[in-house]
Every structure is written in C-alpha cells, then in structure tokens.
Design a protein around this ligand. Structure first.
Ligand code: UDP
Length: 340
C-alpha cells in the first residue's frame, strides 16, 4: 500500500513537471541555457528559432534528447501549435550591433513577432513570459532603475528599434493580460554574460575577453566612465523560471539583473587582469545614445520571487574566459584576426 502511494507521488511529480514548453529564440545565448535547464527538469521543449542570430552549436548537445524538438521559424509570421503549457519569448537580436544591423526587422520581431506569439498563447490559454529589457529605461535619469520608472528613451534614435520595440511588446503583453486575462509574465533583463555569447556580437564582455585572449587592443568606447551592471547567465535563467512559475496574478514587470555596477574601464582592467593579457586599452567614439549608467533595483524580484543573483563578477568572468578560450581556436579565430 505504501509503495503504491510512493509511486503515485512519483507519477504525479512526473506528470506535473512534464510540461510542453515553447522557447522562442531557443538557439540563442539565453534561450539555449533555458532549453537545457528545462529539459533537465523533465519538460518537453520545442525550440523555435530562425537562426538569424541563434546558432545550432548552442543546442547541438540537446538534439539527441527525445523531449527536445527544433522548429525553424521566423516569429514575424504567425504560427500555430496545440497543447502548449508555457511560452518563453526570447526571440529578438539583442546586442546593439545585431539589432541595429536591420533595424526595421528588429521592430517587426518585437512588435509583430510578440503579437503572433501572444495570439498563440491565447489559443492555448497558456502562460507567456516576455523577455523585456533594461533598455526600456533608455538613458536613465533615475539611478538605480526600479520598475516604476517610465524611462528616458529617444523615440527615433539608432537604438529605438530595440528600445521602442520592446516597450511596445510590453504594452501588447499588458493588453492581452487586461483584455483576455492571459497569464502574462514580464521580465526586464539587464546586461547578461556567460558561455555561449557569440564572440562576434559586439557586446562589451565578449569583445573584451576575445580581445584580451588574442592580445588585441581593448576597445573602450567613450572615456569608459559609463557603467553597466552585469549578471551571469545562470542567475538570469533561475530568475526567469521562478517568474514563469510565480503566482498567476503576478505579471511584473520585474527587473532581473545583478546590481554589482562597473565602469567600462574597470571592467576592461578586470578582464585583462584575469586573462593575464598584455593587451592595451584604446579609446574609440562612443556610439550614439549609449546610456551613461545602468543598475537594477531588484527589491521586487527579491520579494516576489525570492531571487537574488549568486554569482559574483569575478567568478562569472573566469567561467566565460574559460569558455571563450575553449571555442576561440575552433570557431572564431579567422573572423577575429581582422579585429572584433
Ligand atoms: N562598449 C565598449 N567597447 C566595446 C563594446 C561595448 O566600450 O567593445 C561599451 C558600450 O559603448 C556600452 C557598454 O560597453 O557603453 C555596454 O555595451 P554592450 O553593447 O555590451 O551593451 P549595452 O550598451 O546594450 O548595455
């Protein structure tokens, strides 16, 4: 009798965890880590990606898992699935270099893409987590940034395709929540780094590590006094999963970031030191509308999700250096020889 009871608990646990989860942008830096963690939890994953910035190498180690399926699709086009329990929307180029490459497409992905996925969530009446961004705060006049701050965004600058696209996506999510009572979850993701960042995506952590490893000049834009607060990928994934599983009525938006704030110059010094590199720092023009400072207030995430980032900058950067050392010689060397 007791053993039957135990079996029922195990079966119940298995059925509870066996969710069908759609991860849009699942072959990207963040998406691939999310696929991995949710697969380990026993979920069935559909990884949707158009492979515009996502890479098959990010998910190749998952392909043999029978609970993992890859679908190539551009979310600008509508799509239909049945039996989905949760949708994570991470599909959008996220580094300034990538999202500014084809800005009209970036806006379409955030606006039309999110709209298509919200319709899909409505059809399945399932939970929907929107990956929003600290970029909704623009070049903030309030420091640190809490979720109640409405932001300071240039509506027609070179970053607007991303900033305003993501702001519009938040607005769509809230309207689906208000109009259709759809269980929506919005997270605002602050600068995130870690293994599987693309070495050529132009972001500061990947640029500096790759430059330091190759002995190239470290390219500081502006005078390097601008700040960012960097979180390690594992902390972000933990926060996103907690958000998805939070109380149904908790919509957010909620900041997910590590409040450890660095100037870009100090970040360069740290990376050069940890790599043990002889690279020197050079100063180049600051990109247009580059925010001067950024740091999340995370009291809402702490309270509502019992979440705190656990990995300090030094440990996270060491892990990331280790990753880039490993892949650089195989995948990036030729590209990087001409500069990052
Ligand atoms: N940055 C830099 N050198 C680089 C790449 C970026 O100094 O090689 C600066 C960039 O101007 C910005 C900060 O680092 O002030 C963070 O840039 P990133 O593109 O990583 O993220 P975001 O601007 O979206 O926060």
């Amino acid at each position: 009798m007791i053993s039957l009871y135990i079996w029922l608990i195990i079966l119940n646990h298995y059925l509870m965890e066996k969710k069908n989860i759609l991860i849009c942008g699942g072959a990207g830096f963040i998406g691939s880590h999310l696929c991995e963690v949710l697969l380990k939890r026993g979920c069935s994953i559909i990884c949707l990606d158009d492979f515009y910035t996502g890479k098959i190498e990010n998910i190749s180690h998952l392909l043999s898992d029978s609970n993992f399926r890859v679908v190539r699709h551009d979310i600008i086009e509508p799509i239909s699935f049945k039996g989905i329990d949760e949708i994570y929307n991470l599909a959008c180029p996220a580094s300034p270099v990538h999202y500014q490459y084809d800005p009209i497409r970036t806006t379409k992905i955030s606006v039309l893409g999110t709209l298509n996925l919200l319709e899909l969530a409505k059809d399945n009446h399932c939970r929907f987590l929107q990956a929003s961004t600290s970029e909704v705060y623009g070049d903030p006049e309030i420091h640190p940034q809490s979720e109640t701050y409405w932001g300071h965004v240039n509506p027609n600058g070179v970053r607007s395709c991303y900033d305003e696209g993501k702001r519009c996506a938040e607005s769509l999510c809230m309207d689906f929540y208000r109009r259709y009572s759809l269980p929506i979850k919005i997270v605002r993701i602050f600068n995130t780094y870690g293994p599987r960042m693309a070495c050529d995506d132009g972001r500061v952590v990947s640029n500096f590590i790759v430059q330091a490893l190759l002995g190239q000049d470290i390219t500081i834009y502006g005078d390097g006094t601008q700040t960012r607060s960097f979180q390690y990928i594992d902390d972000l994934i933990c926060g996103m999963v907690r958000m998805m599983n939070s109380e149904e009525t908790f919509v957010g938006p909620v900041n997910l970031g590590n409040p450890e704030e660095y100037s870009i110059r100090d970040l360069a010094t740290l990376i050069v030191q940890l790599v043990g590199s002889s690279s020197k720092m050079i100063y180049q023009d600051l990109p247009l509308d580059d925010p001067k400072k950024r740091k999340p207030c995370i009291s809402l995430a702490q309270k509502a999700l019992d979440w705190n980032p656990k990995i300090c900058m030094k440990d996270g950067i060491i892990q990331t250096i280790y990753y880039f050392k490993h892949v650089l010689s195989h995948t990036c060397l030729n590209k990087m020889e001409g500069g990052v």
